[in-house]
Design a binder for this molecule. Structure first.
Ligand SMILES: [Zn+2]
Length: 128
């Protein structure tokens, strides 16, 4: 997982401004480590520190983070979840609980990529 300092450094290296809001949002994301928080999880956390932050600011910031490769976004049960682990891995998603388990297995990932004929670095597998 990308920790707070690494994420800040990456943002800086992409020439992005480090506003207090962006820093708070990064801090909130980093706190979740590899637990794939939802946007509402983040909203709750960020609001504790910056009560006036709006959902659209949070959303736009997270979209910007995805654009520069800081995080990946995916959706489960209609909810946007945030992936902070940028290196190749498999998310095994338990559909009922929404729990997600990261599996880092290069051989398994290689097999799946060949099967689906895609080079996606993150593969989501939903367990029903
Ligand atoms: Zn993951």
């Amino acid at each position: 997982m990308e920790d707070y300092e690494k994420m800040v450094e990456k943002l800086r290296s992409k020439g992005q401004r480090l506003t207090p809001q962006r820093l708070e949002i990064i801090k909130a994301i980093a706190k979740y480590e590899d637990r794939h928080p939802s946007l509402s999880d983040l909203m709750n956390d960020v609001k504790k520190v910056l009560p006036t932050v709006s959902f659209s600011t949070l959303y736009n910031t997270v979209m910007k983070f995805e654009e520069i490769g800081l995080v990946h976004l995916f959706s489960i049960n209609g909810e946007t979840r945030i992936e902070t682990k940028i290196k190749p891995h498999i998310n095994v998603i338990y559909r009922d609980s929404g729990k997600i388990k990261d599996i880092e297995d290069a051989r398994l990932l290689g097999l799946i990529k060949r099967k689906i004929k895609s080079d996606d670095i993150i593969v989501n597998i939903i367990v029903y």
